[in-house]
Write a new protein. Structure first.
Length: 95
């Protein structure tokens, strides 16, 4: 994966999501270095619990070899993006 935490700090994507993302790619026999993850953070908003902020983002995954790209919802209440990415990857969207 091109944008590892050592080179890019994600605001709405946590490290466990990145680890899961890389695992999904490897399970399909592909190279994580061929995928790019970009995050566009929405305006943070207050949570129902005073003092907490909800951070949402649009996560775009691009396969550099094919140019295929797809957007997912991520952030504090959108961690299913890795599952959705895995479904797209297995269905052949990024090949």
């Amino acid at each position: 994966m091109k944008n590892e935490r050592t080179t890019q700090q994600f605001l709405a994507i946590d490290e466990s999501e990145i680890r899961d993302f890389v695992s999904v790619i490897k399970e399909q026999g592909l190279d994580p270095g061929d995928f790019r993850v970009d995050e566009t953070v929405d305006d943070p908003r207050p949570a129902a619990i005073p003092g907490l902020i909800i951070t949402k983002a649009t996560v775009r995954v691009t396969h550099s070899k094919t140019g295929a790209s797809r957007r997912y919802r991520g952030g504090d209440d959108g961690t299913a993006w890795v599952v959705e990415f895995g479904q797209d990857l297995r269905s052949g969207h990024f090949r």
